[in-house]
Design a protein around this ligand. Structure first.
Ligand code: ZN
Length: 447
């Protein structure tokens, strides 16, 4: 019937996987899990030790439900293991001479963890990136820019390489350019899509505005975003500014995969169940929470062979839903990441999610995209201080206007009146990778 259909018109990158009936998908996941656990037990001294300590053998793990008996793996264990057995630790399942790429984590928290991949693993990683690019509308003939430093952090490399190698679109490398140079190149050749953190997407448009360049005129159709949680208001801000759609996706270095991608319904990440097992646990008890309840995301690799992570605690807070999705993909969804476990801050017995404050800042007309949330203690009482940057020049009336506006918004949303510090635009540093905008000064003073 559809023999003349252009392959570019197909909706999914891998329809047979992305829309696989649920029972077949579950069977596939369980089969891959059994093979992976047996493989890891055989190849990794680190995991074999953990299994042995719990008296578990690979035969005990037949389904994703059985994973609950397997101990977690933490960032701290990675760090400790790599300190003892540098550089990779006993998580490495292949001889070092089979590794063809070297990586580290971005170092948002703690000391960077080190990873190596074989060529097969990296190509498999690109397969997950191709699903992201395709869902984001990228097609052969598109020009794609992935502005990043081309360093050790794997985060954006997969999207960079999958653009040309898998999807067949044209990649425009700008690793050595500064932000202004990237904007000039975008405008010069007319970029169709670019990829970066939400922070960087917002920052690019601010710098372009200062340069007198109308980013809407560039004609960008899709903006692929990852690396940090994007609040709804941030997405709307970026979409309105660029006149483009945003596509959010999720991954983590340990699990060597872009596990999840947004679809056109923008209702959460489809979590690729043929690549990773996703569990949501109570961060305190370690028990799985009910579907739909908030908890910490725990991921187990199904396809990676060089350094697969088993029950890795991501510290990312989310919710899992098994509701069917209107887009036709059958893989379950996790909600957009709510924040990092360590970033949920308690103040006067109230849990504060930085994402909520981000939403308030980014939905305020006239404010720049950078901000900082600072928790401080003054004569025994905890305060929340919010630093913001208006786009216009600072004078007393501008200062007062934003102070009142943001103060009222935050107080209404979380019940605490914040101290507002209005700074000249450009004072706060912009990170190209993961931004850390929450500073808790209370602990330092106590100790
Ligand atoms: Zn969907």
């Amino acid at each position: 019937l559809n023999m003349t259909m252009d392959p570019r018109d197909r909706k999914y990158w891998k329809p047979e996987i992305e829309t696989m009936p649920r029972d077949a998908l579950t069977a596939l996941q369980n089969r891959l899990l059994r093979e992976q656990i047996a493989y890891v037990y055989e190849q990794s001294p680190f995991y074999r030790r953990k299994f042995d300590a719990e008296g578990i053998t690979p035969a005990d793990i037949q389904t994703a439900d059985d994973l609950q008996h397997v101990p977690f793996t933490t960032k701290e264990e990675y760090e400790e293991e790599q300190r003892r057995h540098p550089p990779y630790g006993g998580m490495l399942c292949v001889p070092q001479d089979q590794l063809t790429r070297y990586w580290t984590t971005s170092g948002t928290t703690g000391r960077p963890r080190v990873f190596g991949t074989t060529t097969d693993d990296y190509l498999d990683y690109l397969e997950s990136a191709a699903r992201v690019l395709w869902a984001g509308g990228v097609r052969p003939g598109w020009k794609v820019m992935v502005p990043f430093a081309h360093g050790h952090w794997i985060g954006l490399w997969g999207v960079f390489d999958a653009t040309w190698y898998k999807v067949g679109a044209q990649i425009v490398p700008v690793g050595g350019y500064d932000t202004k140079g990237r904007i000039l190149k975008m405008a010069e050749i007319g970029i169709d899509a670019f990829c970066g953190t939400p922070t960087y997407a917002a920052y690019l448009s601010e710098v372009a505005r200062e340069m007198g360049i109308d980013v809407k005129a560039i004609g960008v159709k899709s903006i692929l975003m990852a690396g940090e949680p994007a609040a709804d208001a941030t997405r709307r801000f970026i979409e309105d500014t660029w006149g483009a759609r945003t596509v959010d996706f999720y991954g983590n270095t340990e699990n060597l995969s872009y596990h999840g991608v947004d679809c056109e319904t923008q209702t959460g990440f489809h979590f690729w169940e043929d690549r990773v097992v996703a569990e949501v646990i109570d961060p305190v008890t370690g028990k799985r929470v009910e579907d739909g309840a908030e908890g910490e995301l725990v991921c187990t690799n199904l396809t990676a062979k060089s350094m697969p992570a088993i029950r890795f605690r991501t510290h990312d807070l989310t919710r899992l839903t098994k509701e069917p999705c209107a887009c036709g993909r059958t893989h379950n969804r996790i909600q957009y990441i709510l924040g990092r476990r360590e970033n949920v801050v308690k103040i006067r017995d109230i849990n504060i999610y930085p994402r909520v404050i981000e939403d308030l800042v980014r939905s305020t007309e006239g404010l720049g995209s950078e901000f900082r949330i600072i928790f401080e203690r003054d004569r025994g009482l905890d305060y929340l201080k919010l630093q913001i940057e208006p786009l216009e020049g600072l004078n007393d009336s501008v200062r007062k206007k934003y102070e009142e506006q943001i103060q009222l918004k935050v107080k209404t949303a979380i019940g605490i009146t914040p101290r507002i510090e209005v700074l000249p635009h450009g004072t706060l540093e912009v990170s190209q990778q993961k931004a850390n905008r929450v500073i808790d000064k209370r602990l330092a003073k106590e100790s």
